[in-house]
Design a protein. Structure first.
Length: 441
């Protein structure tokens, strides 16, 4: 008997994705080949442990699969050790803490409000509860100009003062390239492990469109579903520099994942990661990674020319971070996200470096070009998308976030008015027409 309720939801989600345009930088479209193995017979197997050292029988094919996946990752990223079992990016990052720190040790990472990730020591994360975080931010001025936004003198001062065991470099909302060498100099000065979280830019690194942290850091973590275009999984890599600092670091990572945090790996995800790594090793992937950056640059230019403020003065990767304060006021990200969703452009509200509102009602939006590039869109389509964003923002410029006690009713009123707006419906038809010209895998 077919479960029609679930099947119908799958069809509705397929329709939403085909007829809309995804701009969330944390998302992408897995290839049809990746999706095939995700529903393969590997989904049935339980494989606690590591290749040739399993707790259950019948894992000869899983062993071969996991070793193949490991070797592909090692070759693609130029590392001597990799663990491909983490269920997702957050567990992978927590495993790094378990492998290198003791509870209560000082750690450093980029502040969430400055574009960092929850797992880099934010107070509400386990990484900020069980460890002692000291977070660094961005420069207090010139954050809307195209230059390196990190204040290395301040990061060095914090590191020397607090002597962290672990320092993170990497972000979830940073549109420029990272200077891994400068972070390495600071980490080496205080004897800290330096970990690069490349979840957002792993595909760009694999495709040669972004600098690799491997020569400068001890550990690299990444998800596999963003610019790498694989399934929702993660990897932890140890570099030659990391093994030189601690020859047992790979073993410590393995033990942190299993039995420290997880049970058996998701073998179907391992298969999907292996396929994604194979695809990322092809020459066509280099063109794809390069086009992602070209598309980001084109979209950024369109938005800046239209009067919007972009953190970093544009984009050097797949990601753009827009401050809407000058056009819609503080806390306006919620209005932009909702209105753009109704015209078929999906992105997310996001805090900005000089945020004057809150994470629940931030003043910016975050968008990325990896999903659109996967569909074959190029600079011309980015100009169209940028134009639609500017058009929608102009439509909602009279709305402002009210005081807390009035927000629920005000936002409900905004939603009713926008859903009934004829211009919104007309723009939606234009977006749908473009989307249907570029099929998803």
């Amino acid at each position: 008997m077919k479960d029609t309720k679930v099947y119908n939801l799958v069809k509705k989600e397929e329709k939403r994705q085909r007829e809309g345009i995804e701009l969330i930088p944390s998302e992408n479209y897995a290839s049809s080949e990746v999706r095939k193995v995700l529903s393969s017979y590997f989904v049935n197997k339980y494989s606690e442990g590591y290749p040739k050292k399993r707790y259950y029988g019948g894992n000869e094919n899983v062993d071969e699969l996991e070793i193949l996946c490991q070797e592909r990752a090692k070759k693609l990223f130029g590392v001597p050790f990799v663990n491909i079992q983490p269920y997702s990016g957050s567990p992978a990052n927590l495993a790094v803490y378990l492998a290198t720190c003791k509870p209560g040790d000082a750690v450093m990472g980029q502040a969430l409000i400055a574009g960092g990730h929850l797992t880099h020591g934010h107070s509400v994360s386990a990484t900020g509860i069980f460890y002692k975080p000291f977070q660094y931010s961005l420069k207090k001025d010139n954050v809307y100009k195209n230059n390196d936004l990190f204040d290395y003198a301040e990061i060095r001062r914090l590191a020397k003062k607090h002597k962290p065991k672990l320092i993170w470099v990497g972000a979830t909302a940073y549109p420029l390239k990272f200077n891994y060498k400068k972070f390495a100099e600071i980490a080496d000065e205080v004897g800290a492990y330096l970990v690069a979280d490349i979840a957002h830019v792993a595909g760009l690194i694999a495709g040669g469109a972004h600098p690799s942290p491997v020569p400068n850091v001890h550990i690299v973590t990444t998800t596999t579903h963003k610019t790498l275009r694989g399934p929702r999984g993660a990897m932890i890599m140890v570099t030659a520099k990391g093994l030189k600092k601690d020859p047992e670091l790979g073993d410590k990572i393995n033990k942190a994942i299993f039995p420290g945090l997880q049970g058996g790996p998701h073998d179907n995800t391992t298969a999907g990661i292996a396929v994604a790594l194979f695809e990322a090793s092809q020459s066509s992937f280099k063109k794809y990674a390069s086009q992602i950056v070209k598309n980001s640059e084109a979209l950024a230019k369109t938005l800046i020319d239209g009067g919007l403020k972009l953190v970093g003065g544009g984009s050097e990767n797949h990601l753009l971070l827009v401050n809407l304060t000058n056009v819609l006021g503080a806390g306006s990200g919620v209005f932009a996200q909702k209105a753009l969703d109704w015209v078929g452009l999906t992105l997310n509200k996001n805090t900005v470096p000089d945020e004057t509102s809150s994470p629940f009602y931030p003043s910016g939006v975050r968008l990325g070009t990896a999903p659109t590039t996967s569909r074959g869109m190029k600079e011309r389509e980015m100009k169209f998308i940028g134009g639609v964003i500017l058009e929608v923002i102009d439509l909602i410029k009279s709305y402002r976030l009210p005081d807390k006690d009035k927000r629920k009713d005000y936002i409900a009123k905004f939603e009713r008015e926008m859903k009934a707006n004829k211009k919104i419906k007309e723009i939606h038809l234009r977006v749908k027409k473009l989307a249907l010209r570029f099929p998803i895998p």
